[in-house]
Design a protein around this ligand. Structure first.
Ligand code: G3D
Ligand code: MG
Length: 199
């Protein structure tokens, strides 16, 4: 059947070697200045620039993540939402969370209080979304860290419902690009799995 131009079809099945395509809404959560906007700038535009957008509110960008799956190639079009300005978990409006397919939770490896905040961010996302694919990011790995990966794992196990204790953790640098693609790619794969596209 012919498919209209420009339409990424949710869950379409590829034929004749064409990759299947799915869309996914991804949101970033975490305290101010942990590097959320910089991570997006690095992932989408391959540049380190936290000021690529100066407006307040919400900024939405997109990048297609190509995955190899047992059912053949899959393209996940990630629609990436960034909050700009009001980074307190009690002040984020519900629409930001609504219909998110996955969440990237970001803390700053040089500030341990931003790791502690993740439990509040998780709880507010759970209130709207219930259970969801999550990937945790300890950003600024190019600077000396104030906590270890094992400490992050321990904290995650004790956080919120405990449902995120075994979620993937990446140590990224939005500055050098280290592990940035891996973190977004991992989330794309978890989302695809939850939507049933991997098996
Ligand atoms: P936010 O969107 O979470 O609020 P930003 O965070 O992306 O605006 O980044 C906050 C500050 O941290 C910025 O510095 C940015 O350059 C810096 N930053 C972000 N990621 C990294 C990183 O991986 N390594 C280092 N060294 N710095 C990072 P300024 O000075 O522009 O406010
Ligand atoms: Mg920002």
């Amino acid at each position: 059947m012919a498919q209209g131009k420009g339409g990424a079809t949710r869950g379409s099945t590829g034929t004749g070697g064409k990759p299947r395509r799915v869309m996914a809404k991804l949101i970033l959560l975490g305290d101010g200045a942990v590097g959320k906007t910089s991570l997006i700038s690095q992932y989408v535009f391959s540049m380190f620039d936290p000021h690529y957008v100066e407006t307040l509110g919400t900024n939405v960008t997109a990048r297609v993540e190509k995955l190899e799956t047992p059912k053949g190639p899959l393209e996940v079009r990630l629609q990436i939402w960034d909050i700009i300005g009001q980074e307190r978990f009690d002040s984020i409006y519900t629409a930001y969370y609504q219909e998110a397919d996955g969440v990237l939770l970001v803390c700053d490896g040089t500030r341990s209080e931003t790791l502690d905040s993740l439990s509040g961010w998780l709880r507010s996302a759970e209130e709207v979304l219930g259970n969801f694919p999550a990937v945790f990011v300890v950003n600024k790995s190019d600077l000396p860290a104030t906590f270890t990966l094992e400490e992050v794992r321990q904290k995650l196990r004790g956080m919120s419902s405990g449902a995120f204790g075994e979620s993937p953790i990446f140590q990224t640098s939005a500055k050098t690009g280290d592990q940035v693609g891996d973190a977004f790619g991992s989330l794309a794969r978890s989302i695809a799995q939850k939507k049933g596209h991997l098996s």
